[in-house]
Design a protein around this ligand. Structure first.
Ligand code: OGA
Ligand code: NI
Length: 337
């Protein structure tokens, strides 16, 4: 793909440009997508054992769940959506100074998924930020909209806390010590992608994001309340997720699949686009420290379930992930033991 193909330029497309058109066999086949009740877990529930059980069940069968009473304020959620939207509505010249195609940059505006590797474009622009430790990164974040830094910092802090709560519950649900995942992950990284999917002239022919698994440990998604687009794969079928107010979506990434020795799945998910409305999502990626060594937990290795994956550092994994294009076979396949 050529340089700087940002979609959020104010240009209106009557037809889908050729570089976004998927071959027939890779199209989303939207008529085959199903609706299904997906797990919604009330984290405010006083019966903590029940919460752990529900999370365990969801992680096993879906690799995905939604949470309510999660401790992230509604105000933070709404404002983060708003500043994200305002950012993408800025004039293109204003945004372009953040533009980069280098996936290892700590702040960048980009498009598609991995401009250097994608053979077909994805109908998405995104702003990707490193968020931890905040003091190290926040001064490079956009100062237009003027509240961006404050709003997004506050949101990041709340999300990070929620991430720890979820990791504790996941550890316990695997029969591991409560702090197990937190210990293995070390000083956790935290990245964010504010995804912007403009209206698309031919949504049947392309994706916002094609089916993929996330390379990190746990992803927490804030979805646009007005416009659906997230779909998850379960038992060979794509399920459409209806956004619910005040609810966050949690999906497991590759590191939890590795650490759980395959008991929990890194769920395959995708974003589809639509012809009349823009859609925003904010993905918070909690990741192991770069030097963290990831391996299947000893307690989960038995005669019946030998170690499925090799030991690797997150740094190795993450670099490998970005040398590939998104819809290839899951990156974790390359780390099988
Ligand atoms: C992602 C992602 C889904 C969405 O950013 O990795 O899967 O609904 N986003 O935007
Ligand atoms: Ni994802």
């Amino acid at each position: 793909m050529a340089q700087s193909m940002l979609l959020s330029t104010g240009i209106h497309y009557e037809n889908l440009p050729q570089r976004y058109v998927r071959p027939m066999s890779e199209r989303p086949r939207l008529s085959e997508v199903v609706s299904e009740d997906v797990p919604i877990i009330d984290l405010g529930c006083h019966d903590k054992e029940k919460v752990v059980r529900q999370i365990g069940d969801a992680c096993k069968s879906y690799g995905f769940f939604q949470v309510t009473n999660h401790g992230v304020s509604m105000e933070s959620m709404q404002k983060t959506m708003e500043v994200g939207r305002e950012f993408f509505h800025l004039p293109v010249e204003e945004k372009m100074r953040f533009y980069s195609e280098d996936p290892l940059k700590k702040i960048r505006l980009s498009t598609s998924s991995n401009v250097a590797k994608d053979t077909v474009g994805n109908w998405r622009d995104y702003l990707r930020l490193h968020c931890h430790p905040l003091e190290e990164f926040v001064h490079d974040w956009p100062s237009n909209p003027s509240s961006f830094k404050d709003v997004v910092s506050a949101y990041c802090k709340e999300i990070r806390q929620l991430g720890f709560i979820i990791m504790e519950a996941i550890s316990e649900s695997l029969g591991l010590e409560k702090n197990y995942i937190k210990m293995v992950m070390g000083e956790q990284g935290h990245h964010m992608a504010i995804n912007y999917y403009p209206p698309c002239p031919e949504p049947e022919l392309t994706y916002g994001l094609p089916g993929h698994t996330d390379p990190n440990a746990v992803t927490i998604l804030l979805l646009d309340e007005q416009v659906a687009g997230l779909q998850v794969l379960k038992d060979g079928k794509w399920i459409a997720i209806d956004p619910c107010p005040n609810t966050l979506v949690v999906n497991l990434g590759d590191q939890i699949q590795a650490l759980s020795n395959g008991r929990y799945k890194s769920v395959r998910h995708r974003a589809i686009v639509n012809s009349n409305k823009e859609r925003i999502s904010v993905a918070s990626f909690l990741c192991p420290a770069n030097d963290a060594i990831i391996s299947p937990a000893k307690q989960l290795i038995t005669d019946e379930s030998p170690a499925m994956y090799k030991n690797f550092t997150y740094d190795e994994y993450y670099k490998k992930f970005w040398t590939r294009n998104l819809e290839k076979e899951p990156c974790l396949e390359l780390f099988k033991g």
